[in-house]
Design a protein around this ligand. Structure first.
Ligand SMILES: Nc1nc2c(ncn2[C@@H]2O[C@H](COP(=O)(O)OP(=O)(O)O)[C@@H](O)[C@H]2O)c(=O)[nH]1
Ligand SMILES: [Mg+2]
Length: 313
């Protein structure tokens, strides 16, 4: 396909169109992904999550610049499950990441909600693959972390950074359930505000209680993203984690698990669309239902028959 050839040759327009196709579930998206797949698997994917307004975009901007200074190319996907906007620009993020828009080595894309959240995490994963095939060295996936479904979005990441801010009070208990488990590195942003040390102490206590990650105790870094303070230290911790999972085989394991989940989900989606197309839309489901309701047949026999037909195809 021409679009794939162009993307692999470095066309930002082709990359942009590919992500649009993924986002809108255009027919061609799966053929594009098929051809891109052999070119993926090179990028380091960093997930960035945390409550709204924590400074994730500000931090992404600073981190991206730090990686650019290290000579790496950067792709950024800002996913906002709460935003109706998609297809290009969430204005606030654009402004926050202003310094990057003129840099040829940076590609920024926002994705908003369209369809289910589960769909969004699958689309995010494909968008990451497109950026990977395009040749980006580092890919940031920024998303609001408030619920489990949003957390699924950052599962596409090799390393996940959780951004917290002081003044959340008792909310820290609520956060514990959701995003504490997924953090490989913690950033306490807005350290210019009161309460950063208190939050750090609380967080340290919680992380010490968490026995699961024995071979990696997630470090905590205080940051003032708006002033670029603590950013280099944060990069060092992120790189340290990446090196750690590489050396211990955890990176391979994470990618293996991710591929497995993806494969299963694709398979389920494919069977689901077979059912929609051949059984629901043709009116067969309604006919079967009628047979069941009038006791000419039962659900078990019908499912057995339909499955046999599907398997013969
Ligand atoms: N005081 C202070 N404000 C910050 C800091 N980092 C970001 N902000 C501000 O916090 C607001 C939200 O930032 P944004 O990056 O959009 O947060 P996001 O919703 O997590 O992406 C913006 O007005 C930023 O300028 C910081 O370190 N200190
Ligand atoms: Mg943001």
């Amino acid at each position: 396909m021409d679009i794939v050839k162009d993307l692999l040759n470095g066309s930002k327009l082709a990359l942009s169109r590919t992500i649009t196709a993924i986002e809108n579930e255009y027919e061609e998206a799966s053929s594009i992904m098929r051809e891109l797949y052999p070119h993926t698997g090179h990028a380091f994917v960093l997930g960035i999550t945390g409550p709204p307004g924590a400074g994730k975009s500000t931090m992404t901007d600073k981190l991206a610049r730090a990686y650019r200074n290290m000579g790496k190319t950067v792709g950024i996907i800002a996913v906002d499950p709460t935003s109706p906007f998609s297809g290009g620009a969430i204005l606030g993020d654009r402004i926050r990441m202003n310094s990057l828009t003129l840099d040829e080595g940076v590609f920024i894309r926002s994705m908003g909600t369209r369809g289910s959240l589960g769909g969004l995490s699958h689309k995010t994963a494909d968008a990451v693959k497109a950026l990977d095939a395009f040749g980006k060295d580092v890919i940031f996936v920024e998303t609001v972390g408030v619920g489990q479904s949003e957390v699924d979005i950052v599962k596409a990441a090799d390393t996940t950074m959780v951004v917290l801010i002081p003044g959340m009070g008792d909310d820290i208990q609520a956060i514990k359930a959701g995003i504490l488990e997924i953090g490989d590195v913690f950033a306490i942003n807005k350290a210019d505000h009161d309460g950063a040390d208190k939050l750090q102490a609380e967080l340290n206590m919680m992380l010490d209680l968490d026995g699961e990650k024995l071979d990696w105790r997630p470090p905590i870094q205080k940051v003032i993203a708006s002033q670029g303070e603590g950013i280099n230290e944060l990069v060092a911790l992120i790189e340290k984690h990446y090196a750690h999972i590489g050396a211990t085989g955890k990176l391979a394991q994470r990618r293996h698990d991710r591929t497995k989940t993806e494969l299963l989900e694709l398979l389920k989606a494919s069977i689901g669309s077979y059912i929609t197309k051949n059984i629901v839309k043709t009116g067969r489901l309604d006919n079967c239902l009628k047979d069941i309701e009038e006791h000419r047949n039962d659900p078990y026999t019908i499912v057995h028959q339909l499955m046999n037909e599907l398997l013969k195809q």
